[in-house]
Design a protein. Structure first.
Length: 274
């Protein structure tokens, strides 16, 4: 089984305009048309059984529409959807309770698109409450091509955030997921500073971006039990990433943790049946 823990899609009405905008700002070409059906076609071609969709809320007023759409698509046809929240939303605790009631397993942040540093008090408050009610939290980490001059989730800031969320203690179980193997384009720093911490790293956009030796070094130092296979589809090609993960020099048990067992561990806590 293969579960892709980091994908995107958009409601049909806006998919083509959003994709065009993101292609222009990121200087990249999308591998799907951005719709839900496009994602499902890509999964079928790649042999992916489940995709976790991570919506990003770029303005507080989008909270209701984004989470309603997430709840509609969650749990059907191999699609699992996280919810979203903006650091400038008010009454964040009751909004997180609502996300939990909707049955969504977690929330996604993008500090660059949301214009807030990951160790900002607004994020700390949201993450603290989210993990306390059993939600998972994925954040974009490191460079983003749409914001080349500023990185709002560096390894240093991610560590500060962790420290504040858990009051300097090691979390009992990992609930925070740093995308892009902990920091896009700063893997050496991740190996040095973050590997081994009790959190998950996803592989989104990284598998064809850095050398295999570096990927293996990070996986072995961090622990394959805390790595999630992920593509960032449509910003990477699912089929290509499946063939890369299958070709990496991993043991069978490491590979099965990364491709689906870790993901199942997370998602089964949210009554998502496999
Ligand atoms: Zn993404």
């Amino acid at each position: 089984m293969i579960i892709d823990f980091h994908t995107h899609n958009f409601p049909d009405k806006i998919a083509s305009s959003v994709i065009a905008k993101l292609e222009a700002s990121g200087g990249t070409k999308a591998s799907t048309d951005g719709t839900l059906d496009g994602l499902k076609r890509s999964m079928k071609k790649a042999g992916i059984d489940y995709s976790v969709v991570l919506p990003v809320i770029t303005a507080p007023k989008q909270f209701d529409t984004v989470n309603r759409y997430a709840a509609e698509t969650n749990g059907k046809d191999g699609i699992i959807s996280f919810g979203g929240i903006h650091p400038d939303n008010d009454d964040v605790e009751s909004k997180l309770d609502l996300i939990k009631e909707l049955g969504l397993p977690g929330i996604k942040f993008h500090p660059d698109y949301q214009g807030v540093y990951i160790d900002d008090e607004r994020y700390i408050r949201i993450i603290r409450y989210a993990v306390s009610i059993g939600l998972y939290v994925t954040t974009h980490a490191g460079f983003d091509p749409a914001y080349p001059d500023i990185i709002r989730c560096t390894p240093e800031r991610a560590l500060k955030m962790l420290d504040r969320v858990y009051d300097g203690k090691e979390p009992d179980e990992p609930r925070i997921i740093l995308a892009h193997l902990g920091s896009l384009d700063e893997t050496d720093k991740v190996i040095e500073m973050i590997a081994g911490k009790n959190l998950y790293l996803d592989t989104a956009v990284m598998l064809d971006r850095i050398p295999e030796e570096k990927i293996l070094k990070l996986i072995r130092k961090h622990g394959a039990d805390k790595i999630l296979f992920a593509t960032d589809c449509p910003w990477a090609d699912q089929k290509k990433f499946v063939s890369i993960i299958n070709s990496l020099d991993l043991t069978d048990s490491e590979r099965s943790l990364i491709t689906h067992k870790n993901a199942i561990n997370i998602l089964k806590k949210h009554n998502i049946a496999f």
